[in-house]
Design a protein around this ligand. Structure first.
Ligand code: E4P
Length: 227
């Protein structure tokens, strides 16, 4: 399962990458607005910061097929030609997905609230489908279940698409999808850090360190490292 960072802050992305080898970055217009910078320059800077093997996903904002395709071309020409173009699954979006796929563009279908939207996007050519897990939970639906249904449908129908689950509030939602074997998740920095951090691990580490130093005080001349 790929694990991506849903954020556009250079400092945050760099600091997360120093803590863990993540698989890429996803953004949306709201996330980019938080940076108060030229979005194309910001996305370019993110691309330059990321390792070559990491993915970058950025979203179009037009509501027409023609507009979406123009924006996709602009991003591919000005940011990176192998980046993933996120396209919302409106009727215009489905057509844009199909036409861009014919050009060989990597597409992430986004703003997905039902399993059938994801299926249709996959059939049109999306490499990833991004259901909004927490937003679904907040609407009284079961976000993890919707994402799992999409994953199962992609596998049953032998489609070359994967779930890139998005919109998480907590590590439990991520765990539940990890158990199902879905392709990828993208989450905000606080949720990503909560996948690793556990106070009991910190306490155990501290106790081992204390015991080690108490041992070397006891055994004269003992050193783990040469110095
Ligand atoms: C990703 O495609 C979405 O834009 C994003 O994860 C939505 O997250 P939110 O529900 O926390 O805004």
């Amino acid at each position: 399962m790929l694990v991506l960072i849903d954020n556009a802050n250079l400092y945050e992305i760099e600091s997360l990458y120093t803590e863990y080898p993540y698989d890429g970055v996803t953004t949306n217009p709201t996330i980019l607005r938080n940076e108060h910078a030229d979005p194309i320059k910001q996305l370019k800077a993110i691309r330059e910061l990321l390792p070559k093997t990491s993915q970058l996903h950025a979203q179009v904002v037009s509501s027409t097929t023609e507009g979406m395709i123009q924006e996709a071309h602009f991003m591919l020409d000005n940011i990176a030609d192998d980046m993933f173009i996120k396209i919302p699954v409106s009727a215009a979006g489905m057509k844009a997905i199909h036409l861009l796929k014919e050009e060989g563009v990597n597409i992430t279908a986004t703003a997905i609230y039902t399993a059938m939207q994801a299926f249709m996007a996959g059939k049109a050519g999306a490499r990833y489908a991004a259901p909004y897990v927490n937003r679904l939970d907040n609407m009284g639906a079961d976000g993890v279940q919707v994402a799992t249904d999409i994953h199962n449908m992609f596998r049953i129908h032998n489609m070359e698409s994967d779930v890139l689950a998005a919109s998480f509030k907590n590590s439990q939602q991520v765990l539940n999808l990890c158990r199902k074997g879905i392709g990828a998740v993208t989450a905000a920095p606080d949720v990503l850090r909560s996948l690793i951090k556990h106070d009991a691990t910190f306490t155990a580490e501290e106790n081992f360190e204390e015991d080690y130093y108490s041992l070397i005080n006891e055994v004269k001349g003992f050193r783990m490292k040469k110095n």
